[in-house]
Design a protein around this ligand. Structure first.
Ligand code: AMP
Length: 320
């Protein structure tokens, strides 16, 4: 934790009357959790400030609240805080640069730093935990309501795979304890996250019967629009099944390829051994050592990525 930089961020938040928190494209629980958590901390501490969380609403996370819709002129004179976003092109609201000052708060391996202040802590397994570092460091001044506690818990829960992934440590649980001290009730979180529609349940059956494995141990699946249409599920829902491919002893890497509108292919990549972030970087992607995304464009590039991932799996097994 960089206390000096967190102090700079605290001072900027204290200084600005208007603050806009910005999320990445196709935001996940950690991204919206960080945005709504930070918004709640600022609003609860300084009710007179104007604070907005801008971005995209996501159905399964709607229990955290709706994002704010704001006009272009609201950015004028505002402090903009980008959360959970490694590179500028992934920022959902491209008006971010029209604010007065930009702060980046993130936990991904940096692609580029773009803020006037960049706070990147790749040691934290979720961005929400960085928001909690800020909260805990200034706990004599900052306040939080149960709404913020719920958002921060949701982000932490989802990005740590329910406290399972590398990076979870004593600080994680100390921060979560703080959330309970600030009114966290987990019932609503689990009742919203632990649901699956009939359609997705049936699609899961299809998914489990159609994955493939490469020679050296990459489990993968190709999701085409016609597959998901048939089961009446969205690509987002279908992609949420990525970790169903993570149970194989002989596959240290697993990848879900999905074709989006305009025949754009994206990959969700996961590993329980070899680092995959450098490979993701080569394919217009990135993320963490063991969890990445990549924008491939075409199925041809997907094949190339799969080949390289297979080589990584092979090298990894040989080194064991
Ligand atoms: P996902 O598979 O979408 O859950 O992404 C896994 C991790 O990689 C997340 O932390 C994402 O923020 C990150 N990520 C996904 N896509 C990209 C991308 N195109 N460029 C950089 N990072 C990405």
């Amino acid at each position: 934790m960089d206390k000096e930089k967190l102090l700079q961020i605290y001072e900027k938040i204290e200084e600005y009357q208007k603050i806009i928190i910005s999320v990445h494209k196709r935001p996940d629980g950690d991204c919206l959790g960080s945005a709504f958590g930070l918004k709640d901390i600022i609003k609860t501490t300084w009710p007179e400030k104007e604070v907005y969380a801008v971005g995209e609403n996501v159905g399964y996370l709607s229990f955290l609240g709706p994002v704010d819709e704001i006009k272009d002129n609201v950015f004028k004179g505002a402090l903009v805080i980008s959360v959970d976003t490694a590179s500028e092109d992934r920022i959902w609201d491209q008006r971010y640069s029209t604010g007065d000052m930009l702060i980046k708060i993130d936990h991904h391996i940096p692609v580029h730093n773009f803020g006037d202040i960049d706070y990147v802590d790749t040691g934290r397994p979720s961005c929400t935990l960085i928001i909690m570092d800020l909260f805990n460091l200034f706990n004599d001044k900052l306040k939080m309501s149960d709404i913020g506690a719920k958002a921060l818990y949701t982000g932490t829960l989802t990005d740590t795979g329910r406290f399972k992934y590398t990076g979870v440590d004593g600080d994680t649980f100390r921060s979560v304890a703080t959330l309970y001290d600030n009114g966290l009730s987990t019932k609503e979180v689990y009742s919203n996250l632990d649901v699956r529609t009939d359609q997705l349940t049936k699609y899961k059956g299809y998914f489990l019967q159609h994955y493939k494995k490469t020679e050296n141990g990459v489990a993968y699946i190709n999701i085409l629009p016609r597959h998901v249409k048939k089961f009446k599920v969205s690509l987002g829902e279908a992609s949420s099944l990525v970790n169903e491919l993570g149970y194989f002893d002989d596959c240290p890497i697993w990848i879900l390829f999905a074709e989006y509108e305009g025949k754009i292919v994206r990959a969700r990549m996961r590993s329980k051994g070899p680092a995959i972030d450098k490979l993701a970087n080569k394919y217009d992607g990135g993320g963490h050592r063991l969890a990445c995304g990549a924008n491939l464009g075409t199925w041809k590039r997907a094949k190339l990525l799969l080949k390289e991932a297979d080589l990584l799996a092979k090298q990894y097994k040989e080194e064991l």
